[in-house]
Every structure is written in C-alpha cells, then in structure tokens.
Write a protein of this length. Structure first.
Ligand code: HEA
Ligand code: HEA
Ligand code: CUA
Ligand SMILES: [Cu+2]
Lengths: 687, 260, 341
C-alpha cells in the first residue's frame, strides 16, 4: 500500500458526502430509466438511499486508502454483481431468442431486474470481493503449484486494518470493529422502528407515522439478523484475538483461512443490508416460507447474505478447533486451559456443524423461489414445517454460540477481580460442553404452536428444561467465586459489565423455562415476552461480557486504558435503560402485545409503555455513543498502560502491552493452575 | 527395494479386496431392494460400505497416529501435515451435516416412497463412482511410493470416471428423469431428487477441479513420496464424496416403494 | 464461626427477597382476564413458574450482592481472597437439585398440557379460515361470519385452515394459540367461561398488514348465541332463496375473495397455482389426459365440485381443494367467471 494515495480524514469525509449525493442521483436516474417515468419520490425511497450509502462508503474509503484493500474489494463486488446479472440476462436472452421468445435484450424489466439475474449476480459479486480484496491470492498460487511466503508478523499501522492481514490479532480487531459497526447499524434500525411504535399521531385506528408497513417489517427483520451477525463477528473477534494468546500459539492454525473467514463477512454484510434496496422483506429474521416465497426480492438478498456469512462461521470454527487441539503451549493439558478456551471450543463445535442447516434451509427456500422447486409447498407435496425444523436445528444451538463465549468471559475474568480461584473449574468447563450438546436436542421448542407432531412436544419440553441444569452450575459457581473473595475496591468498568451481565442473563435465563413448558408457551409464543426473554439472554450473555472484554483487553491491544469515568457513565446509563426496556417488553407481552407488528391496537392501552420503551432504547444508544467517544478520546490521549494493570495470572499479561507482533518471544510453559489467586508463590506460566 | 515392492503388491491387493467387497455389497443392496426394500437392512449395508471406505480409502486412523519427535516444531512438515489433516476432517464433518440435512428433507417429504428412476442408469453411475474410488486409492498409494507416473495415470482414470459420473448425472439422468415426468418444479419428489443429485454433483465437480490441479502439478514435478499433502487431501475429499453417494444411492433408488 | 453467620444472614435474605419478589409479581396484574377453561391450568403453571423465578432470582442475586458489599476490600486493604478451588459435594448438590426440579417441572408440564387439551365430546365445531389479512369463521349451520360468536361454557373445536401463508390464532384472554398452516388442518379447543368481547389477533407474521389481522371474538350466553344463530341461519336462507335461480356476479366476486379462490386463480391472466379465470368461460381447455373440452357451465361446476375429476393440462392434480360450496354459491361464482372476458 502506498502512503501517497491517502488523503486524510477530512477530505475523506467530503468524499463521503459527495459519494452519497452521487449515489443517490444515480439511484434516481436508474429508477427513472427502469420505470420509464420520473417522480420526486425517487429521491426519498429506500433503494436510492441504499445506493447512496454504498457509493458514499466507497468514496470515503477511497479517500482514506486509495484503490486498495477493502476499496478494491467493494469495487470488484459491484462490478462482479453487475457482470453476473448481465451474464444471466444474456443467457436467458439467447435461450429465448433461440426458442423464439418475445423479449428484447434492452427491456430491463424483463431480464435485467429479474430475480435469477440478481441472485446469481449477488453470488458472483461476493466471490469477486474476495478476489478483489486479495484474500484468496495465495490459494490460487498454491493451485498453480507456486510457493508462497510464510508471513512474518509486522507491527500494524492503522492502514493494516483495511486490507488483508494474516495476523490473528489484526483479524481479531478487524472482526471486533466490524461487529461494532454492525451493532450500530442494527441498533439504528431498532431506534427507527421503535420510534414508529412510540408515535401515535392518529389517536385511534391505524397509525403508521414515519415509515410504511413494509419498511417497518424490513427494518425489524434486518435488525434481528444484523444484530445476530454482529454477535457472531464480535465473538469471532474476541476468540481470534485471545485464544492464540491464551494458549501460547504464534497464530491460528490456518492464517489464510482466518483472513478468508473475516473478509467474507464484508460482502455478506453488503448483501444483507442491500436487501433493503431490493424491496426489503417482511418475514422476520426467521424467513419462513410460504411467506418468504411471496416476499419481495430483498428476501433473496437476505438469504444469500446469511448463506455467505455462514461460511465465515464454519471456517472460523474449523480453524479454532484445530488451533486449540494442535497448538497449545507445553504443559497445557485439557484441564489447564483457560476457561475461555473451553467456551470457545464448545461454541465452535456448534458453529462447525449446525451452520450447515440454516445454509441448507435458506438454500432450499431460495431454490423454491428461483426454480419453483416446491420443497415447502403443500400443494405439490412439500412441507412448510420442514423449513422450520431445519432452520431451528441451527438457530436454537446458535443462541448458545452467542452466550458460551460471553459466559466464558465472565468465568475467565471474575477471579481476576475477586482475587480468588474460579470455583469448580472442571464443572464450569464441562457445563459449556454440556450446554452445547444438550442445545442440539431442543430446537422444536420454537415450534410448539406450529402444528408439528403433537406427541413430540413433550420430549422437547424436557430437553429444553434440562439446559437449565448446566447453566445453573455456571451461576452457582460464579456466586461461589464471589463468596469470600477480596473484591477489588475500585469496581473497574470491566468488572461492572461482568456483574451486569450476570444479572441480565439471569433474568433472561429464568424467563426461559416458562417458554419451555408447552402450555405456558401457548400463551407466550410470538409475544413481546419472548422478545424480552431473548434480549435479556443476548445482552446478558453476550453484549455485557463483550463490553467487559473490550474494556479489559483494550489496553492489551493498544497499550492505553479506556477512560474509567466515561466507562462508568456507559455502564450506569446502559444497564437501567436496558432493564426497563426488557422488563417492559415482557410486561406488555404477557398482556397481549404480539411481536413483529408495525402498529398496535390502541384499545390495548400500551401507548405509554411504548413511549417508555423507546426512551430506554435511546438511552442504550446514548450509552453506546459514549463508549465510541471513549475509544476516540483514549486513542488520542498519551497516557500509557503497558503493564499488567489488572494483576492477572494469564500469560498475555506477563508481557508488555501492546502485544508484540510475534506474540511471545519464546514459547511459555504451563507450570500451574490458571486461577490460583491467593496461593502464595504460584504462577500459571513460566515465560 | 524388496520391502518396497512387497508393500507395493500388498497395497494393490488391499485396494482390490476393498473394491471387490464394496462391489459385492452394492450387489447385495440391489438384491435387498428387489426382494423387500427393508429400510433397516439397506441402512446397515450403507453404513458398512461407508465404514470400509472411511477406513481403507480415507485412512481415518492417520488422524490419531502418534507424532514423531517433531511434534512441537510448528514449522516441521510432519506437524503441518497432521494439522492439515485435522482441518480437512473437520471440514468433512461439517459438510456431512449438509448432506445429512438433505437426507432429512428427503425422508420428511417423501417418507418411504421413492421417485420413479432408471435403475440401470443409477447402477451405472454408482459403478463409475465406485471404480473411480478404486483408482483414486491406487493413485494415492502410488504417489506414496514415489511413482509419479503411475500416480498420474491412475488419477487421470479417476478424473475420467468422475467426469463420466458428472456428465451422466447432469446430461443423461436428469433429462431422462424429466422426460419421465419428474421435474424440479413439478413435485416435492422432483425437487428433492434434483437437489440431492445436484448438490452431490456439485461436490463431484469441485473434486474434479481438485484432481485436475494435482495432476497438472504432478506433471510439473511436484510431490514426492514423503510430501504430497495435496494428493492426500484430494483423495480424502474424493472418497468423502463417494461416501455421500453410498447413502444417497439407496435413499433415492432403492428404499421403500415407488411413489406416485 | 464468621462463615456460618454469613450463611445465616444470606439464607434469611434469600427467603425474604424471594417472598417479596413473588408478592410484587403477584400484585402486578401480569395477565389479561382469564376467559377460558384452558386458561385455568395455564395460569396455574404460570404461577408456579413465577414462584420458581422469584426463588432462583433471589438465590443468585442475594449472595452476589451480599458478597459485593461485605467482601469488597476495605479502603487500603490488599491481599488475595481465600484459596478455595471448589467443592465436589456442593457441585453435585447444585447439579442434582435443579435436575430433580426440572424433571418435576417437565412432569407437571406434561400433565398440564394434557389438561389444556382435554376433549369434550359434546364440543361444537367452527372452521376458522385465515388469509392475508383477515379471518373468516364458517359455521356448520351453513353460513360464514367475520366475527367469531361463541356460547359461554361450551367447548368449541376450531378447525384451522389457511389460504395463503402461515397465520396464528390467538386470543390473549383464552391463553392458547395455534398456527394455521396452508394445506394442512390444525385444531384448537377452547371453552370460553367469561361473557365479553375479545379479539383474535394473528400471532405469526404474515406480510405487510400482519399488525391489522384482528377480528372480534364475542362470547355470549347460550340463549343469546342461539338467537344469533337462528338469525344468521335465517339470513343465510333468505339470501339463498333470493339467489336461487338468479345467480349474481357481484356475490360471485365476493365469494372469490372470501372462499379463497383468489389465492390460486388470477383475474388478469397472470399465472398462479391454478389457471387464470380471465377469458375462461367458453374457452377450450386442454386437459392433462390430452382431451379438450369447452369450459361451459357443466365443466365449471364439475371442476369446482370435484377438482380431481378433470385436471387442466400443466397443473398438478390434487392441488385444488374441494371446498364444499353450495350450488347457489357455485352458480354465483360461474356468473362471476362469465364476466371475466
Ligand atoms: C443467547 C441467547 C439465548 C439463550 C441463552 C436462551 C436460553 C434459553 N431459552 Fe431462549 N430464545 C432466544 C435466545 C436465547 N435463549 C431467542 C433469540 C429466542 C427467539 C427466537 C425467535 O423466535 O426470534 C428464544 C426463544 C425461546 C423459546 C421459544 C419461545 C417461543 O417462540 O415460543 C423457548 C422455549 O422453550 C426458549 C427457552 C429457553 C431456555 C429454557 C433457555 C435456557 O438455556 C435458560 C437456562 C438458564 C436458566 C434457567 C437460569 C439459570 C439457572 C439456574 C439459576 C438454575 C436453576 C433454575 C431452574 C431449575 C429453573 N427460548
Ligand atoms: C444481540 C442482538 C440484539 C440486540 C443487541 C438488540 C438490541 C435492541 N433491540 Fe432487538 N432484536 C433482536 C436482537 C437484538 N436486538 C432480534 C434477533 C430480534 C427479532 C427480530 C425478528 O422478530 O425477526 C429483535 C427484535 C426487536 C424488537 C421486536 C420488534 C418486533 O417484533 O416488531 C424490538 C422492539 O422494541 C427490539 C428493540 C431493540 C432495541 C431498542 C435494542 C437496543 O439495545 C439498541 C440500542 C442501540 C444501539 C446498540 C446502537 C447504538 C449506536 C448508535 C445509535 C450509533 C448509530 C450511528 C451510526 C450508525 C453512524 N428488537
Ligand atoms: Cu396473519 Cu399474521
Ligand atoms: Cu431456542
């Protein structure tokens, strides 16, 4: 990468604005061309804006980086998409001409905007991105029989993060930043549709005030999936950064595949968000047919985006399992691994296998739309319930993918702040595996009202309830760890987030069993009670621990410690807002608030509640903004934190921060237990 | 070099025996299908066949082999080989879930009926794939013995047989089925049939590309008796695709009674 | 000594907090009124769940907060906590006790479900048809209504069918819900016990106007119900009498929407699950068996009454349901089809 191509931040911001306007205009023109008429509405409709955002982002990065890394990837993706679409169009035109068809090539509406063209184009675009960004070059060399250089870690500069790097620490940070970006986008969607719910400008009767029904449904559905992708990226980020450091490895087992796993999420995210530009979709994140068969073209972009992102999960999990099994430092036997490594392993077992099922479910549904293959069409012998089984076979276990690393972070960090060993290490480790395995047997609890085989509901109820047992083991162990500790007086921010995580996840977990007993679920299913349940589990099990991890390891990555005051503001604003949000959701849910509705019956009397919920949502958003500001401020400041600031026993803190590019100069050796706080003279690793 | 020759004929013998057993079991399957089409029996035979391939052709035991003194030198070839092996097997585990899902879909939608298909064709493509597995095994063994020429010959035969399978499915079997009224959009049975064979054929296609690459590289003098990971990977992958067909073939052609 | 004091305090606090939380939740009026027999066991189960939640919430939160207060370092204090790595006995305890509780909960849950699904052989029948985006209730007496009238204290067996996508039948006051899956038939049994007006609210997202897919559900006394019933039957008979002999395309157009023909047959020539109705009447229809027939009255009547008898070429047999329409309705529909040139 040449330095001269960079133009500085401010210029880049100008590029952003220019790109936005240009993209918007382009959208309007395309729109007018394809519909053959012009309307001022084209300036405000979603597709034009999506194009505006895309071109704007491209221009911004171009200003920042020149034609390099992610910029080249995105350009290739756009070109690839258009070529793919053009190719399909051409083939269909030829076939039609040979077959004596009636259309001409230039009639865009008949071919250019057809579904097969765009779906194929989307796929080609994603692959082109990978080639353009440079994440597959070495593999082509291998295929040609050429040698490639083993990579030598270099100290990263900020530009390193916008191009392909094979260093697991860089990739970890790339994942984490992308995750935060997706969190903001998904959160922004939530803020928009929550505002719609809070407004009731027309007091009685239907009242859609700022967005249309279709846009509400699209934003709501995308909010769900974008957040889930954000979680998967965040987990991958923390795992990538940490696991090699914790086990004393130089890198992941397959660094190129690691880079591939990261970069493939970018085109996936573009596809996912691009679905808004193709008419959105109104099925919720679950994408059930037969509704999905009738939804706009955005449905296909959604399916395709998730399908592509799935490969990131699968390959990332493969990489992690291999790394943990093959690359541990000397002396690190199974039960001497840091507990977070156990959690990552358990998570990866799920990602590796179950992800195929959502891929398959979405693929079948895509093919039903593309080729009319009637997998889920009862009239032709299909079965819509089959989709639900395949979908939930992944999407239930995946909720444990979300929480296991989060709970791992809690178990990993509690002892540091309590100055006491983790209570019952082996039980905690085994409970992760237990949750992962039992998690495979419970999927149909999402389908209690679907009309699946009646008699199957009872075994699924038992299996679901069973998950409470290993989860309980974790909670009891945390409490026992806290008991009689010497808890740090300062209550640093990461510790607060750990505690917040425990409280919130407890609320989420305890609202699980009422969903699991079939009879009560008949009332709860598809209400805001469920929405409350899963925001609690996901926030407590993932968002809170994720923030704890960011605050805790930020100094490791940068050599600077995040501002404590701002951190406390972040925590004390986010936690109460969040509790009000979810407890309020549960309350109106029990009283009859259905989920996934763009507007609600005013006679229910929920108006005030929705206003409160929306205000809390903005409270959370403000807290997140404080966090971003904190990062900015800390990076600007010159205060250093290079030592073992948390007084941890863990190997990564035994070397100075920021972590050197080559990790550990020499391999360390494990000589003790990981969490023997309070045992005089003991250490975990010998450097 | 007598010991080498010994192992040479030994491995050839093993390859042939494995092949004959697999062919015999396929015949048994066909016989079961004609007589009573028992789900249990057919599944059992399929598992036995798969087990044989996984052990004798895919050498799953190599995953658990003791490592030598280089075990902790992460730059050594031995270490990298063992790591790559693990990675490949994990990929196969993951991919197996995809095909498992397709089988679940097939049984959910069609139950114990099967679509009307041309049995001779089905047996034909199965035989082609089985035969290709034998030659793939030969190819790998020859490479392990340092016989690059023998490797290329065997691998090329594999490639041709695989191509035959692929073309057979896409250009003979599919039009044939469509002609018989089994279309992708007409019924769930058709959709399942085309999806299963299509996904399998797609994997065959990637296997063919992989084969093409290693043949080309071997012709340019790459790979040796000691270092031929790409060959091993292609082999294991090829046999995996074969294992998938071992389950798909009875599931599509043999099990249950003919559906309407 | 010190230790046992901690345990005693925490023990007392756990019980106190659990009781308080439970009282708070009980006082909070968490549910809408209980308007069906099925709601009784369900609310009993909810009650049990809320007790368990209160208890476990206190069991975790109290020792946690207590530790944070009591075991936090005093100003200036240093040193590490007690080196205590675990306790197998404790671990086994807090694995087995929840395990037993959970199995017990499962057992109760299964019995509870059976109670909810209890069948009354005397139950009356109503067919519920869901579509984008509305509800129709077909009564066995031969008329349809857009409001669900139910007599109090009598079990009704709802037959649930969907014409297009998945919907879900839910009346919050009745507690139970069940999906309507196109092409399949599901059942739901409800015994209303409280006279009043409620709403059925579609609980499964079904497209743009899912939010508005609500219809009144009116529970009345048996006498009022009987009165309503005879009124409806009389009205239906009057309509039928009026219709007899003079089919009316307007009524046909309405039936096209209501009976769900719309889901498969277009009026503008567009392809659908079934053949379009545009220009159908009097046209020559090619059948799957190769024959060609003219789409006259007789053919249309047969096609509607016995869809499997003649199958149009290019369309699957069995796709079109036999909808059990009355002769006058069929006549209206055909009158409607005739207008579609
Ligand atoms: C991180 C995510 C996460 C986690 C961890 C969980 C955990 C659990 N979930 Fe949740 N769930 C979701 C995310 C999650 N869920 C999502 C996203 C949905 C909605 C999807 C959609 O439809 O869009 C959902 C929906 C959902 C449903 C379907 C509801 C419906 O749609 O009708 C059910 C039903 O059984 C359920 C149950 C449970 C249970 C029993 C647990 C258990 O694992 C909880 C176990 C924990 C505890 C119980 C607390 C601690 C234990 C103790 C202190 C021990 C003692 C306790 C007892 C003996 C009770 N969940
Ligand atoms: C981890 C996952 C996750 C997270 C973090 C959230 C966070 C939030 N969620 Fe979401 N939610 C889901 C996962 C998640 N959600 C899922 C899976 C669904 C189901 C979807 C479906 O039914 O299909 C759902 C559904 C859902 C609904 C139900 C919608 C419906 O049924 O109609 C609601 C309603 O209030 C809601 C609200 C919120 C709010 C207010 C937040 C808040 O916490 C958000 C707070 C805001 C932020 C974190 C962003 C802060 C940053 C900025 C404001 C900066 C922005 C600036 C720029 C981009 C430049 N969510
Ligand atoms: Cu019908 Cu939602
Ligand atoms: Cu679940």
């Amino acid at each position: 990468m040449k330095n001269s191509s960079s133009r500085g931040f401010i210029t880049s911001l100008l590029f952003l604005v220019g790109g936005l306007v240009a993209g918007l205009l382009l959208g309007v023109i395309l729109h007018a061309l394809t519909t053959g008429k012009f309307s001022a509405n084209y300036f405000t409709d979603v597709p034009s804006w999506m194009l505006g955002f895309l071109v704007g982002a491209l221009a911004f990065f171009y200003g920042l980086l020149g034609y390099n890394g992610v910029v080249r990837g995105l350009v290739w993706q756009v070109v690839g998409t258009l070529s793919g679409a053009a190719f399909v169009t051409l083939v269909r035109w030829i076939l039609d001409t040979v077959g004596g068809g009636e259309y001409t090539l230039f009639d865009l509406r008949n071919y250019g905007l057809s579904e097969p063209a765009w779906v194929f184009g989307g796929l080609v675009g994603a692959l082109s991105f990978m080639a353009g960004v440079g994440a597959v070059g070495d593999w082509f060399k291998w295929a040609k029989g050429d040698e490639t250089h083993d990579h030598h870690p270099e100290e990263p500069t900020w530009r390193t993060y916008f191009g392909v790097s094979l260093d697991h620490k860089v990739i970890g940070i790339q994942y984490t930043m992308t995750s935060l970006l997706m969190l903001s986008v998904g959160g922004l969607f939530a803020l928009i549709f929550r505002t719609e719910l809070a407004l009731r400008l027309k007091p009685d009767g239907p009242s859609m005030d700022i967005i249309s029904l279709n846009l509400y449904n699209s934003l709501m559905s995308l909010h769900g999936m974008v957040m889930i992708v954000s979680i998967l990226l965040g987990i991958a980020g923390v795992i990538n950064y940490l696991v090699p450091l914790l086990i004393g490895a130089k890198d992941m087992a397959f660094p190129r595949m690691n880079a591939f796993s990261y970069w493939v999420t970018i085109p996936a995210a573009v596809l996912l968000l691009g679905s808004l530009g193709f008419g959105g979709f109104d099925t919720g994140w679950t994408g059930y047919p037969p509704l999905a068969t009738r939804a706009p073209l955005g449905m296909q972009m959604f399916y395709l985006g998730v399908w592509v992102a799935g490969w990131s999960s699968i390959l990332g999990a493969l990489n992690l399992i291999t790394t943990v099994l093959r690359m541990r430092a000397k002396g690190m036997t199974a039960f001497k691994m840091p507990i977070f490594v156990w959690a990552s392993l358990a998570t990866s077992l799920i990602s590796l296998t179950a992800t195929q099922m959502i891929g398959l479910a979405f693929q079948l549904s895509m093919f039903q739309r593309l080729f009319g293959m009637p997998f889920f069409d009862v009239a032709k012998g299909g079965n819509p319930i089959l989709f639900q089984h395949l979908f939930w076979f992944y999407s239930h276990p995946v909720v444990y993918v979300f929480v296991l690393p989060g709970l791992g972070v809690i178990s990993e960090l509690l002892p540091v702040f309590v100055r006491k060993p983790l209570f019952g290490y082996k039980w905690v480790a085994m409970s992760s595996i237990g949750i992962a395995l039992v998690g495979f047997l419970v999927w149909a609890h999402h389908m209690f009202t679907s009309g699946m085989n009646e008699y199957l509901r009872v075994p699924f109820m038992y299996a679901t309830l069973l998950v409470a047992v290993p989860t309980g083991v974790k909670f009891f162990s945390w409490v026992a760890t806290l008991w009689q500790g010497k808890i740090t007086r300062e209550m640093p921010t990461p510790f607060l987030f750990l505690l917040g995580g425990i409280v919130v996840f407890l609320l989420g977990g305890l609202t699980g069993p009422p969903n699991a007993t079939v009879a009560t679920d008949l009332h709860l299913h598809d209400t805001y009670f469920i929405v409350g349940h899963f925001h609690d589990t996901m926030f407590g099990g993932y968002i809170f621990p994720f923030f704890a991890a960011l605050y805790y390891w930020f100094p490791k990555a940068t050599g600077k410690r995040l501002n404590e005051t701002l951190g406390k503001w972040h925590f004390w604003l986010m936690t109460p807002s969040f509790l009000i949000l979810t407890l309020g959701m549960m309350r109106i849910g029990l009283l009859g608030m259905r989920r996934r509705i763009a507007d609600f019956d005013p006679t229910l009397g929920f108006d005030a509640w929705h206003v409160i919920l929306t205000i809390s949502a903005f409270g959370i958003a403000l807290a997140v903004l404080i966090f971003f500001f904190n990062i900015y401020k800390t990076l600007k400041s010159s205060e250093k934190a290079t030592g073992n600031i948390w007084d941890s026993r863990s190997p990564e803190w035994q070397v100075p921060s920021p972590m050197p590019a080559y990790n550990y100069e020499k391999e360390f050796e494990v000589v003790g237990e990981p969490y023997d706080y309070g045992l005089p003279g003991s250490t975990y690793v010998k450097m | 070099m007598s010991s080498n020759e010994h192992s040479h004929s030994n491995s050839l013998f093993q390859g042939i025996v494995t092949f004959v057993v697999l062919a015999f079991l396929t015949a048994v399957e066909f016989f079961i299908a004609i007589t009573n089409a028992s789900l249990l029996l057919l599944t059992t035979v399929a598992f036995i066949k798969a087990g044989i391939v996984v052990y004798y052709y895919m050498h799953i035991y190599k995953l658990f082999e003791d490592e030598d003194e280089h075990a902790h030198d992460h730059n050594s070839f031995a270490w990298k080989l063992a790591t790559n092996r693990l990675g490949l097997w994990l990929f196969i585990v993951s991919d197996a879930f995809l095909f498992g899902g397709l089988l679940v879909a097939r049984f959910n939608l069609l139950g114990l009926t099967r679509p009307h298909l041309d049995q001779v064709l089905g047996l034909g493509v199965t035989a082609a794939l089985l035969l290709s597995s034998f030659f793939m095994n030969r190819a790998e063994t020859l490479m392990a013995q340092g016989d690059r020429k023998g490797f290329v010959t065997s691998a090329a035969i594999t490639l041709l047989l695989g191509l035959g399978f692929f073309l057979g499915v896409v250009f003979v079997e599919w039009p044939n089925a469509a002609h018989e009224g089994l279309t992708a959009s007409g019924s769930a049975a058709g959709a399942v049939f085309y999806m299963m064979t299509g996904m399998h054929a797609f994997h065959v296609l990637t296997g063919l590309i992989f084969l093409g690459i290693i043949i080309r590289n071997a012709l340019r003098g790459h790979y040796s008796a000691e270092q031929h990971w790409a060959v091993e990977a292609a082999t294991v992958y090829w046999h995996f695709v074969d294992v998938v067909w071992i389950f798909f073939y009875p599931a599509l052609y043999l099990i249950g009674r003919l559906g309407g | 000594m010190q230790n046992s004091r901690h345990f005693v305090i925490v023990g007392i606090l756990v019980i106190l907090v659990a009781v308080l939380v439970n009282m708070g939740l009980d006082a909070a009026q968490l549910f809408p009124v209980k308007a069906s027999i099925q709601a009784v066991p369900i609310d009993w189960m909810f009650d049990l769940q809320i007790k368990a939640i209160s208890f476990f919430f206190a069991l975790i939160m109290v020792p946690m907060v207590y530790s944070l207060v009591v075991f936090r370092r005093k100003p200036g204090e240093t040193g590490e906590g007690a080196h205590f790595e675990g306790h197998t006995g404790l671990e086994i305890t807090w694995t087995t006790i929840p395990l037993i509780l959970v199995i017990g909960l499962g057992y109760l849950g299964a019995g509870n479900l059976a109670e909810v699904r209890a069948v009354d052989p005397q139950a009356m029948d109503v067919t519920v048809v869901g579509f984008q985006w509305g509800w129709r209730f077909d009564y066995p007496q031969g008329f349809s209504s857009n409001k669900l009238y139910l007599p109090v204290n009598k079990q009704v067996n709802l037959t649930l069918q969907s014409l297009d996508v998945i919907h879900s039948f839910w009346v919050p006051e009745f507690r139970v819900k069940q999906d309507l899956v196109p092409g399949e038939t599901n059942y739901l049994r409800i015994t209303p016990i409280l006279i009043g007006e409620y709403k059925v609210r579609c609980a499964e997202i079904c497209g743009a106007s899912h939010a508005y897919m609500e219809s009144p559900v009116i529970v009345v006394s048996q006498a009022d119900y009987d009165a309503w019933l005879s009124e409806q039957v009389a009205a239906a008979q009057a309509a039928e009498a009026a219709a007899a002999g003079k089919p009316d395309s307007k009524r046909g157009a309405k039936l096209y929407e209501e009976k769900g023909c719309k889901a498969c047959h277009s009026l503008d020539g567009a392809a659908g699950v079934g053949p379009t109705w545009k220009g159908l009447f009097g046209s020559n229809v090619e059948l799957a068996d190769g024959a060609t027939v003219t789409a006259d009255e007789a053919f249309l009547v047969e096609s509607i009454k016995e869809p499997g008898a003649t199958v149009v070429k290019g369309y699957p047999a069995n796709a079109m349901p036999a909808l059990g329409l009355k002769d006058t309705e069929i006549a209206d529909l055909i009158e409607f089809i005739k207008t579609l040139k």
